[in-house]
Design a protein around this ligand. Sequence first.
Ligand code: GLC
Length: 473
Amino acid sequence: MSKTINVLFLAAEADPFIKVGGLGDVAGSLPHALRALSNDDIKLDVRLVLPYHPAVKAENLRPLELFTLPRSGSEVEVEAFETTLNGMPVYFIGGEPIRANGSVYSLDAKLDAEKYTFFSLAALELSNHINWQPDVLHANDWHTALSIYGNLAKRWEAGARHVAGVLTLHNLPFMGPDISALLESYGIKLAQTDLPEWARVMPMPLGLWASDAIVAVSPGYAGEVLTPEYGCGLNEFLELRKDTLSGVLNGIDTISFDPAVDKAIGINYTADTLEKRIINKGVLQERLKLPHNPNVPLFSIISRMDVQKGVDLAFTALKNMKRINFQAVILGTGDPKLEEAARNLESLFPENIKAVLRFDANLARLIYAGSDMILMPSRYEPCGLAQMIAMRYGCVPVVRAVGGLKDTVKQGETGFVFEKAHHMSLVSAIKTGLKVFADREKWRMIQRAGMAGDFSWEASAREYQKLYLSLIK
Ligand code: GLC
């Protein structure tokens, strides 16, 4: 007999509706990959729910019936909408706390607290209005973690049926603001938890505490969060929950990210026609107004401008490579100080370095297709997507041995890996890479090995499916 697992997948962002970072890529792909596993024995009815941020782009939204959440003796209205994307029902939760907050993630912690507490609790309530009940709540990061806590708190009170809670950790340091008063205003009590005292009022720790399973976005990161260096003060707590903690590597959208068909690049190519890549390099150099030179190594940084990503280390490394002839392109936005540093670097080396400080998905594709090495010296990296996309395009990653980077890039085989979060370690990894770069045949082998890797979502989706099954049996 066939079995259906209903999964409500909650996220702050999801491609193509709204995307700020890697979480948007994951939430845009994983639910579809899970649904695609459905067969005669097991059907995965995964549905996505997102906040109706003012910047959301969605078509054919059908309003659902208004409902309310009780709050401080009064009530807050929830305006929910439904649409479908490739056959998957997608819900949007709107209402005053979401309208009031213009950006997906605000610098104002209070606005974010209001928005995501409301969202998490309203999403929980949604199932009572769509004639569909989840077996699994799958939340992502702090923004939606309270749905799992709220679900547990409701179960104590109402004796409601069991819904399993899965929390995926994309970025542990972001735990969310103190929401204790807010929670109480919605009539949800703070439990006595075995969390460290400071963490008992924050969404991410509360979600971790209440969840049945915790998933880090790579096996490497799952191990790292148990250490004082990366555990952000929750390592001892997570150690107690070790049995429920696992790591599932993210995938990438291998249909969209495919140099054989990508329309945003100069010329399409495969692992067998790698010589054509040089044309993309030329197109890229022209687009960036860099001197046209097929032989000079072209480095790329495609990243949020964030200390997490170690872009400052990369900038210092490039500054320290004066005697090497290279070109580099920096693409991304973020921390104004790092953007400024990127601009300074460009003005120091106007003939060699270009900083493009904006979000530009098409230019990113051309950079993957035309640059020789991508630099990712992250201080921590739960998974990282750029190194996988780069390998698919034959752009060789130079990465720090951390989190998902060390899980996906093999030293000397598919890329170059270094240990210390120091610019000189990056410089020496780049130099090792340059020696290989000088030997065309060896370089091609590295490019081809990276291109042969399987970074599709299917394998990851299978692991999540196994996890769901183990939780609801
Ligand atoms: C966060 C992490 C990144 C990960 C992404 C998707 O942005 O910093 O490493 O790839 O989430 O899980």
